[in-house]
Design a protein around this ligand. Sequence first.
Ligand SMILES: [Zn+2]
Ligand SMILES: [Zn+2]
Length: 154
Amino acid sequence: MKINVKCIPPDGETLAGSDPSSIMELEEPDTRFEHDVEYELLAQLQGNALLVTGQLRTPATLRCSRCLRVFDFPVRVDQFVFHQELHGEDFVDLTTNMREDIILELPQRALCAEGCKGLCPHCGKDLNKGSCRCKPSEGDLRWHALDNLKLKLK
Ligand SMILES: [Zn+2]
Ligand SMILES: [Zn+2]
């Protein structure tokens, strides 16, 4: 999104609209942006500087790190702030800052739901849809034996 600095009236200019998802320039299989980036911004001139504040919104398409399901995650940047000294230029490009702020709002670890149960490590069944028939693994049994032993020692 580019702002024409010369067109901003003294009391500021409200800018509402959208940029195509391509501004996100992200080519990751598990994090995709397929929808427009919507913005509602207020551009103001402050002496020799441009100040832009407002909100950004776009849904990201993520893959759950536990069950691998693809889901939409609504990204909101509620306090977008851009400030830049002006040196006579006509246009100022906000795209890089918008992209960075949106990416900062992505979760470190994508989860389709807080309590996602994930996949069974043995048969791969989605445990959100019901339990599977896998027996507890040897590792689990050994831990149980150890627990029993500890109880006896007490
Ligand atoms: Zn999940
Ligand atoms: Zn299983």
